[in-house]
Ligand binder design. Structure first.
Ligand code: FMN
Length: 173
């Protein structure tokens, strides 16, 4: 059966939106009908057989609109295959402790709905695009001290590999 899958996302500077698009393209190549939407534009989950939701991480958390969506749709999401992903800069760091921390950032989501699959992706940092001056300063310090490097760290191969694996996990009867 051809599935209708929603890939929803929460973003501020588009890197997560582009990852959501890549995921949707891979799912479509594997035979599903896929809609990709900003999470705040999703009104009706009835028409989807499976849902993928991803958010950028700000201050160690999914963006508020993504968490709100999970809270408001907890029952509906629990009744369908649901996959979650996050996008952040900690995953660009060599120290694996930061990768383990990033895995914990999905815990508030897991407490509400258990995903059939979880994706963890390095993102992109363009300090000029960051809206808060305080965060801009913090990121400049992080870059100067070598914690993070500005630029696009997205690994498209890893993103597409996760989406390919997801096609099976989102199967519905
Ligand atoms: C205000 C702000 C806070 C952030 N906080 C974190 C964080 O706590 N941990 C982290 O690893 N990355 C953090 N990041 C980096 C973003 O997750 C990363 O740049 C991401 O790719 C941006 O996604 P977007 O382009 O979809 O908005 C933060 C970025 C911003 C702008």
């Amino acid at each position: 059966m051809s599935k209708n899958i929603l890939v929803a996302y929460a973003t501020r500077t588009r890197s997560t939106a582009e990852i959501a698009k890549a995921i949707s393209e891979t799912l479509a190549e594997n035979g599903s009908q896929v809609e990709v939407r900003p999470v705040q534009d999703v009104t009706d989950l009835e028409k989807y057989q499976a849902i993928v939701l991803g958010s950028t991480i700000h201050d160690k958390k999914w963006l508020p609109e993504a968490m709100q969506f999970v809270r408001e749709n907890q029952v509906a999401l629990s009744e369908k295959p649901f996959a979650a992903f996050l996008v952040c800069m900690a995953l660009t760091m060599k120290n694996q402790n930061y990768h383990r921390m990033a895995v914990e950032w999905l815990e508030p989501v897991r407490r509400l709905v258990k995903p059939v699959s979880e994706g963890f992706f390095a993102g992109a940092l363009d300090i000029e695009k960051v809206s808060s001056v305080w965060h801009q300063s913090m990121f400049r310090i992080s870059v100067w001290t070598g914690v993070w490097a500005e630029g696009d760290h997205r690994n498209w191969e890893a993103i597409r590999a996760w989406a390919t694996d997801l096609s099976d996990k989102l199967q519905v009867d």
